[in-house]
Write a new protein. Structure first.
Length: 290
């Protein structure tokens, strides 16, 4: 009897392991968990979600919002990866503003060394606190700014305040904000976008109707198509190519963006998936101060 139970136990383990192996092989994504050491002797936990087969892809670096965690980012990261993008999430320090810079610096260095990363097509996407932190890093590190900066439900610029550092921003910016944002008013983001536009930056403003700050999903997917003016692939601000812009609304707090080479090699096509709850996207262009 004991021998029979042992045999059944071994078979059960083998079946379980076989099921795990089969499920892993069927998974269309490869997940790479890694920990980085920062310049201030700290550590940063990260994950990269890569479509299979693993090859070079445009990259999105996603910084979640306050109280969010890397373990809770799985759905957002997968949605982005489904569009043929390499997506990297990070568990940054939320209670210490100064800790973000060395953490993000370590991550950028890591991504730059990876064969799967197209370093000429990198997007920084931040939601809420993550938007504020990535913007601050971009302003403090002009030489490391991405191909595109995405601000999803960011703080913007409150009325009566100025930010001379905005002049150091050189990359195109996409602002995505909810009209019912109870944390960061829409007017603040519109004011910030208007200043950047005055500075000569390519800026796009997308407003999600009937959506709160957190953009919790409830129903359906809303698709809309726009046109977008973006810098050419050489990165020079003086030469712009007007190319299709696609925006989809579905899910929570994930904007999916990619710069893909245009047919003539001089431009880029941007693909964006934005998330919302009962959301409808309306375009506000040109941007005017709130």
């Amino acid at each position: 009897m004991q021998r029979r139970n042992l045999i059944w136990g071994v078979l059960a383990v083998l079946l379980f392991l076989g099921a795990l192996f089969w499920a892993r092989e069927q998974d269309p994504f490869s997940r790479k968990w890694f920990t980085l050491k920062t310049a201030d002797h700290g550590f940063l936990k990260c994950v990269a979600v890569l479509p299979k087969p693993v090859r070079q892809y445009p990259v999105i670096i996603y910084a979640h919002g306050f109280h969010d965690t890397l373990m809770n980012d799985g759905s957002d990261l997968r949605q982005m990866a489904e569009m043929g993008l390499a997506v990297v999430g990070l568990e940054y320090e939320q209670t210490n503003d100064t800790a973000f810079a060395p953490q993000f610096e370590a991550l950028l260095q890591y991504v730059g060394r990876q064969k799967w990363a197209d370093t000429n097509a990198v997007v920084w996407l931040g939601f809420s606190m993550g938007a504020n932190r990535t913007l601050d890093f971009a302003l403090q590190h002009p030489q490391q700014q991405p191909r595109l900066l995405v601000q999803l439900s960011g703080a913007g610029l409150p009325e009566g305040q100025t930010n001379s550092r905005l002049e150091s921003l050189r990359c195109p910016v996409l602002f995505i904000h909810a009209d019912h944002d109870e944390v960061f008013p829409l007017a603040n983001t519109k004011r910030q976008a208007a200043i950047l536009q005055t500075n000569g930056l390519p800026v796009e403003m997308k407003v999600l109707s009937n959506v709160p700050h957190g953009m919790v999903p409830e129903h359906g997917v809303v698709f809309s198509r726009h046109r977008r003016i973006l810098p050419d692939a050489s990165g020079r601000q003086g030469r712009l190519a007007e190319l299709p812009f696609h925006c989809a609304v579905a899910g929570r707090s994930a904007a999916l963006l990619a710069f893909l080479p245009a047919g003539d090699g001089l431009g880029c096509r941007m693909v964006c998936m934005v998330t919302a709850s009962k959301g409808r996207v309306r375009r506000e262009d040109p941007v005017e101060p709130g």
